[in-house]
Design a protein around this ligand. Structure first.
Ligand SMILES: Cc1cc2nc3c(=O)[nH]c(=O)nc-3n(C[C@H](O)[C@H](O)[C@H](O)COP(=O)(O)OP(=O)(O)OC[C@H]3O[C@@H](n4cnc5c(N)ncnc54)[C@H](O)[C@@H]3O)c2cc1C
Ligand code: SF4
Length: 343
């Protein structure tokens, strides 16, 4: 049985207290919410913090409230997000994405904030310490010696996915981030130095190691959804090997606002699990002013699939996953068109 390394645990009394503890703990401290991602990582020695700061019990992070739109606390559980009446009715892409994460047990523990800050994944990384030791580790998680035990002949740390690459290509595998980005969500980040709001897409960087742009002592406290809009339709499609359990190897989130004459007045399509960050398809803006005819949908699906550049470091064949990206984008847009026509 794999055991977690020793650590101290601090049950935060408030967000302020958590922010202070995080700052005082420096690089040795980490937040823990549901622990469904972090605890397996501890056991595999991918992360070895000396101090864990628990936030899942904090009431101020566990509320779903009305504000300008809907405000969901960072420690709201995924099962609560998926079952919330307002989320189901007005933000179905999010309800579907949250409801498709892992298993019911994990959704009952895992939180929205933890899902958005989920570590990136890779076949060469999500393995036991001994497995990784046998291949001499990689640049994302060097061995316990502290140095980059895995080395090229020149002594540099290596990436086993692209051996001449200076960067890590581990994959962003969060289900809810693509859905929330498509819906135009913003997030509040709090540290002991203050608070700021950013569009969710700005939380992510295209780097398998430094995959979040926030500083280590910032806590994601609230997800803000824009006001409900009866003209917006949204959905999330997920590809994975086992439909009841697995991480996505492709996620497609789409939110479209329909205007006069069924033309598109706003559109955001986002691809998940095809890069180190969720990819907001830039051609989404070109759908504005157009109807979702078969020609428009097919041309857009071609353009969107060109942004899916899966690497050979997750499940299923990458060439096939790229082909499915095209099919899923077209399918998601057709679903939204039909949902709008049926209203
Ligand atoms: C078998 C299995 C299957 C899974 N399948 C999926 C899947 O299909 N899709 C998917 O998306 N995920 C999946 N997961 C991963 C994980 O369960 C979920 O992403 C879950 O939502 C993580 O939330 P958590 O609260 O447990 O995060 P934790 O494990 O507590 O934390 C995860 C990371 O986020 C940080 N963190 C947590 N809360 C905050 C916050 N409020 N502010 C800043 N940082 C924070 C932690 O420090 C840590 O780095 C799976 C996990 C397992 C074990
Ligand atoms: S992409 Fe490369 S560096 Fe990153 S975890 Fe995988 S093998 Fe390691």
């Amino acid at each position: 049985m794999m055991r977690a390394p020793d650590f101290r645990y601090h049950a935060a009394r408030s967000v302020k207290d958590a922010a202070r503890a995080l700052k005082d703990g420096g690089p040795d401290a980490m937040l823990i919410a549901g622990g469904t991602d972090l605890v397996p990582n501890l056991k595999r020695r991918q992360q070895t913090p000396a101090l864990l700061i628990g936030i899942r019990h904090l009431r101020e992070l566990r509320r779903i409230r009305n504000g300008k739109g809907l405000m969901i606390g960072g420690a709201v559980r995924l099962s609560e997000v998926a079952a919330d009446r307002k989320v189901l009715r007005h933000y179905p892409a999010l309800a579907r994405a949250a409801g498709l994460v892992a298993t019911p047990q994990i959704r009952n523990m895992g939180t929205l904030g933890g899902n958005l800050c989920l570590d990136t994944r890779c076949t060469y990384y999500n393995q036991s310490y001994e497995w990784r030791q046998a291949i001499n580790f990689c640049m994302k998680a060097p061995g316990a010696t502290g140095g980059h035990a895995c080395a090229t002949p020149t002594g540099d740390a290596i990436c086993w996915v692209a051996t001449s690459s200076p960067r890590c290509w581990a994959v962003s595998s969060t289900d809810t981030a693509p859905a929330l980005i498509a819906l135009g969500a913003r997030v509040t980040l709090v540290s002991s130095d203050g608070e700021r709001d950013i569009p969710l897409e700005e939380l992510y960087a295209d780097d398998g190691m430094a995959y979040l742009t926030k500083s280590a002592d910032e806590i994601l406290t609230v997800v803000h959804l824009p006001p409900e809009d009866a003209a917006v339709r949204s959905t999330y499609w997920k590809l994975r090997r086992r439909g009841s359990f697995d991480f996505p190897v492709l996620g497609v989130a789409a939110a479209v606002r329909f205007g006069e004459g069924n033309t598109v007045s706003d559109a955001r399509v986002v691809l998940g699990a095809v890069a180190s960050h969720p990819v907001l398809v830039p051609e989404s803006a070109e759908l504005v002013g157009r109807r979702l005819t078969d020609d428009v949908v097919e041309a857009f699906a071609d353009a969107a699939a060109a942004h899916a550049k899966p690497m050979d470091n997750t499940d299923l064949a990458l060439g096939w996953r790229k082909k499915v990206a095209r099919r899923y984008v077209a399918g998601a847009l057709r679903e939204l068109k039909e949902a709008h026509a049926a209203k």
